[in-house]
Write a new protein. Structure first.
Length: 212
């Protein structure tokens, strides 16, 4: 519980740092928030599901550090780290429910992230330029993660409340990525940070708590 509170406070501090353009505070707050969600999941990741999900958390933290930079290289490093993290989440959820059963369990809800992913790519297509391939790969991975999490929840693969936390965390992650995409390809704005950062850290905390 202490690590969760630390993560929440650090996230709020990070939002303030982004608002006031305080570079040093931004680095410290983001690093602390990311370490905090790792602490929540660390030691609780038993079994193949928990181990893979913790790997996803680790790569999320690596992506956070990479995105402390502002340039193209930093963005690609962060994108790559988060892509690996989403693949780890997908593999982890596959330990609970076989991929072949995901669409059956998710039902019509599987269309929600799929349609949203297509809409995002279509809306940003002309702005992506040389980043089309990596962005497409990333969108495919997070869409798969949301569908997998939804399927696992509807199949009752985890005890409550973890069974609810998993799809909510996946959905919040998707929402936070919309903020990142807007900030990178549409226009930098504090508004993107204001809702994107809380959604992201809430997502990672929910995923971390899912494996406890």
């Amino acid at each position: 519980m202490i690590a969760t509170i630390v993560c929440a406070v650090a996230c709020a501090t990070l939002v303030v740092a982004e608002w006031r353009a305080l570079a040093g505070l931004r680095i410290a707050a983001k690093t602390i928030a990311s370490i905090a969600f790792l602490v929540v999941g660390y030691g609780a990741a038993s079994g193949s599901f928990g181990e893979w999900m913790f790997i996803g958390l680790v790569f999320g933290a690596i992506g956070d550090v990479a995105l402390l930079g502002r340039g193209r290289g930093a963005f690609l490093a962060g994108l790559g780290a988060f892509l690996v993290g989403h693949v780890a989440y997908v593999v982890g959820i596959a330990q609970l429910v076989e991929p072949a059963a995901w669409l059956g369990h998710a039902g019509w809800l599987a269309a929600v992230p799929g349609v949203a992913g297509i809409a995002v790519v279509a809306g940003l297509w002309t702005r992506l330029r040389s980043l089309k391939v990596p962005v497409l790969a990333y969108v495919a991975a997070i869409v798969a993660m949301v569908i997998a999490a939804t399927a696992a929840a509807r199949a009752g693969a985890l005890p409550e409340p973890q069974n609810c936390w998993l799809p909510i965390g996946a959905g919040l992650f998707f929402i936070s990525d919309l903020a990142v995409a807007r900030d990178r390809f549409v226009g930098r704005s504090f508004t993107n940070k204001l809702w994107g950062l809380p959604a992201y850290y809430a997502a990672q905390l929910l995923i971390a708590w899912t494996i406890r």
